[in-house]
Design a protein around this ligand. Sequence first.
Ligand SMILES: Cc1cc2nc3c(=O)[nH]c(=O)nc-3n(C[C@H](O)[C@H](O)[C@H](O)COP(=O)(O)OP(=O)(O)OC[C@H]3O[C@@H](n4cnc5c(N)ncnc54)[C@H](O)[C@@H]3O)c2cc1C
Length: 265
Amino acid sequence: MHILACVKQTPKSDNVKIDPVTGCLIRSGAESAMNPFDEYALEEAVVLKEQMGGSVSVITMGPPAAENVLRESIARGADKVYQLSDVAFAGSDTWSTSYALAKGAGKIDELEKIDVIICGKQTNDSDTGHIGPQISAWLNWPNAAFVKKVLAVSENSLTVERLTEAGTDVIELPFPCVISVVKEISNPRVRSIKGRMAAKRAEVVKWTAEDIAADKNKLGIKNCPTRVVKSFSPTRSTNAVVVEGANAREKAAKLVEMLKENKYI
Ligand SMILES: Cc1cc2nc3c(=O)[nH]c(=O)nc-3n(C[C@H](O)[C@H](O)[C@H](O)COP(=O)(O)OP(=O)(O)OC[C@H]3O[C@@H](n4cnc5c(N)ncnc54)[C@H](O)[C@@H]3O)c2cc1C
């Protein structure tokens, strides 16, 4: 079984600052690490390899320093690592990022057939949760998001339990497929000494936009469809109103009156 985990290098803190002019994240000076959800995605990939045999590849799209999360992935049990790095990718929105990752996955698939791509649920910097489902759309592979458990694996499919607003669903996805996972999926392991040594020696395969035959008109801040028109921190207001009343029914009735007066309902 060949599993591809997607990992992103993100700021260690979730106190991420945004450039008010460009609307982009200010990454310089911020300490980086593997996106927390991706630790769970990678761990599940390694668990599946241990159960079924095969190998785990890891891909990231990011600047040169993002190589660190790939070495970290080797230390945590990955076998091969790929970095998409090119000025053409800079400032990409989720549509462009997922396009590049799908092109990279396509090239990896040509080298060794991929059965499953595993993404984290979301990142701690941009936080959209778009990338997993978008990669599946670009590749036209089936997708399940919010996966909390892999129930069964066969030679041709994966059966998973995913969270929904109403509870959970059980679905079977034929290979090749894409899943995005929540924290309940696994318990990330501690890096072994052997793993850390392997991480130092590991070859990081680096690909540019040209290497993955990506259409440059679909990449980068100038070509992506999303525009950050304005970004700002909401101002805190302290004019909260406490609705008084003898009991819950009376308070609820007053609240309804207030909402009506202010034309909210
Ligand atoms: C107009 C615009 C401009 C932007 N400019 C910049 C910019 O200049 N610099 C910048 O860094 N960001 C920029 N971004 C943010 C960037 O688009 C997102 O960080 C990126 O597309 C991934 O989305 P996300 O972080 O919400 O991932 P999510 O969809 O929340 O992530 C889900 C999962 O997808 C996988 N994943 C996500 N991103 C990657 C990745 N890069 N490599 C591998 N796996 C990944 C991980 O498994 C992750 O857990 C910009 C966004 C917009 C809209």
